[in-house]
Design a protein around this ligand. Structure first.
Ligand code: UD1
Ligand code: UDP
Length: 371
């Protein structure tokens, strides 16, 4: 029996690890599975754990308001030591590119466990963008023993770093497993948040969905983003812009300062995952700097403007669903108005694509471990 420890801490890691936790739990005679959450995020993590009905075996409860990278990294490594020494996992699974990912992979390497990276091999090769996620991925990639790459392009990135091909498996992204599993549960969803949104909309009203949180956009980037949203709202008064605002104070402050109280902009709290899928489905276009949203949108046929200069997820750009617009105010406004005004442009970016997977990534990972 193999001892498995899955470690994660933020909303996107939880969404993408949840189907894998469930899959491991289906095989109790092969795997003794435990879940450790660092709680780098608190409320936004708990929303996901609630929806997927996952209870953690270890909760480090580390989130502090306005936390910084130094103390969070140190706290994760220190707090994992007793857990790794008590449970002594054979395999530790980490996901993606957060501080939890990087620190947990190092701690697990120290413990002697085999370290497995889900969503391995994404690269921009620019260590400042996304910051610090690009370096988190590269460090995790060096420390890991098994690399579960979502696409052939990510496998190629790993091979270019001399990682042996026998330690890489292309699986698709587990975000599509989570999405496909959840989408049917969302159809007739009715929650307080959804009723609030419905009440704010007239029938058939076009919705522009916005999310944003990247560290490299904090400060001036967010000011330009807010100015752009203001201008889109003024130019298209018939459209509703809905923005579930990330809880990071570096995002809350500028967004509330510049956009609160505007007539056709609705600022709301972060939504639970099923509510957010419902809102993506209800939206005409999405403006975001999120990694996960770039992966989900092609499978929902939603055009996305990505407020970043580069992306480690080129597949959605190639599929025609995503355009990179950076945080240049004019560029964001121009591309958004083009999509809202030009039917052909909108149609050409709304085709369904699944460049990130077929919903069977977790299956492939478990089968690989069983052999
Ligand atoms: C983190 C990840 C980023 C990921 C993002 C997903 C790092 C360095 N950053 O960024 O890669 O894309 O999560 O959303 O790992 N907060 C709350 N409640 C919550 C969550 C956050 O109040 O549930 C506030 C706290 O004040 C916290 C702050 O947000 O200190 C920042 O959280 P942190 O995880 O450090 O950074 P994110 O911007 O969320
Ligand atoms: N998401 C959510 N509620 C929200 C906004 C986003 O559940 O209000 C989900 C979204 O569907 C995606 C993930 O959160 O799966 C993306 O998380 P985020 O943008 O915070 O992080 P990133 O993917 O950029 O690391």
């Amino acid at each position: 029996m193999k001892k498995i420890l899955l470690i994660f801490g933020t909303r996107p890691e939880a969404i993408k690890m949840a189907p894998l936790v469930k899959e491991f739990q289906k095989h109790p005679s092969d795997f003794h599975t435990k879940v450790c959450v660092t709680a780098q995020h608190r409320e936004m993590l708990d929303q996901v754990l609630d929806f997927f009905e996952i209870s953690s075996d270890y909760d480090l409860d580390l989130m502090k308001p306005g936390q910084d990278l130094y103390s969070l990294t140190a706290a994760i490594i220190e707090s994992l030591k007793p857990i790794l020494e008590t449970f002594v996992p054979d395999y530790v699974f980490v996901h993606g590119d957060t501080t939890t990912t990087m620190a947990a992979s190092i701690a697990s390497f120290y413990s002697g466990a085999k370290v497995c990276h889900i969503e391995a091999g994404l690269r921009t090769h620019n260590k400042l963008s996304p910051f610090p996620e690009e370096m988190n991925r590269q460090i995790t990639g060096r420390v890991c023993d098994l690399h579960f790459a979502p696409t052939q392009a990510s496998k190629k990135n790993l091979l270019a770093e001399n990682i042996s091909k026998k330690n890489i498996l292309v699986t698709g992204n587990t975000v599509i497993d989570a999405l496909f599993e959840s989408v049917s549960r969302v159809k007739n969803l009715s929650t307080k948040n959804i009723e609030h949104i419905k009440k704010a909309l007239s029938p058939g009203q076009d919705v522009v969905l916005v999310t944003g949180h990247r560290r490299e956009n904090h400060g001036e980037g967010f000011q330009r983003i807010c100015q752009a949203l203001k201008e889109i709202a003024t130019s298209k008064p018939e459209v509703k812009i809905i923005y579930p605002v990330h809880l990071n104070p570096n995002v809350q402050k500028p967004v509330n300062k510049h956009l609160k109280g505007l007539k056709n902009i609705l600022l709301i709290s972060p939504l639970s995952y099923p509510e957010f899928i419902w809102l993506m489905n209800r939206s005409k276009i999405i403006i975001t700097d999120s990694g996960g949203v770039q992966e989900e949108a092609p499978s929902l046929g939603k055009p996305v403007l990505v407020m970043r200069e580069n992306t480690e997820r080129p597949e959605a750009v190639d599929a025609g669903t995503v355009i990179l617009v950076g945080t240049n105010k004019e560029r964001i406004v121009c591309e958004a108005l083009e999509l809202l005004n030009n039917k052909e442009r909108f149609q050409s970016m709304s085709e369904l694509h699944n460049p990130y997977g077929d919903g069977k990534a977790c299956n492939r990972i478990i089968n690989y471990l069983k052999t």
